[in-house]
Design a protein around this ligand. Sequence first.
Ligand code: GLY
Length: 275
Amino acid sequence: MTAKEIRQSFKDYFESKNHKIVPSAPMVIKDDPTLMFTNAGMNQFKDIILGNVPIQYPRVADSQKCLRVSGKHNDLEEVGHDTYHHTMFEMLGNWSFGDYFKAEAIAWAWEYLTEVLKLDKGRFYVTVFEGSEKEGLMRDDEAAAIWEKFVPKDRILNGNKKDNFWEMGDTGPCGPCSEIHIDLRSDEERAAIDGKTLVNKDNPLVIEIWNNVFMQYNRKADGTLEPLPNKVIDTGMGFERLCMAVQGKKSNYDTDVFTPIIKEIEKITGYEYTV
Ligand code: GLY
């Protein structure tokens, strides 16, 4: 599949699950003093999530252009050093505002990756929030139990607050999350080192591709968590990483998201692109 077909298949899949497909919001944020640039698909829905404006569509999906160059989610230092971080990237996402919750979000994420895109089930690892005493939050046993329907227990890993409690910024909507990681290494490498030991360890071929956030709180300026008026599903999938997985590449830059641009630059400059 081309990148264009992959993007479309995501929208088609969630449209078939009764989601309203909406356009990407602008990357420069105009009406939120807590954020300069769009850093996640959920930004444009912040007021709906907080209950400040009515819910128009309880199910929404899109492909959002994001920029992570400042604040809580800043990937500036990674770009140019690895094959899978970008400052500007596209995030595929689906949302439920007070409608479906963990069971459907997890089942659909799994179905889309393994039945629609036909990615190898044996290459996936998932994480769930291990809980935090400091925040008074328990382990996300509910998400773990749902995942057990799809993946072997030993591929469901606990993750800490840094990786498995997603927050938009210093303040704003947040909640425990469940990440889906894929192991793109060769069979020999996978046989030699168990992929689960490489999850969230900066291996360029064992990477997170999709984050499912179960938003239930608003982080206030004093650091406390207040419950949201509705439970919200907020997912974010790295489009360029997904293209790498589907197209069997070892770098985001080798997918057709980037190769036409790189070829054009080669033509204009007369220099050959080498890694
Ligand atoms: N809001 C979900 C994410 O950015 O991972």
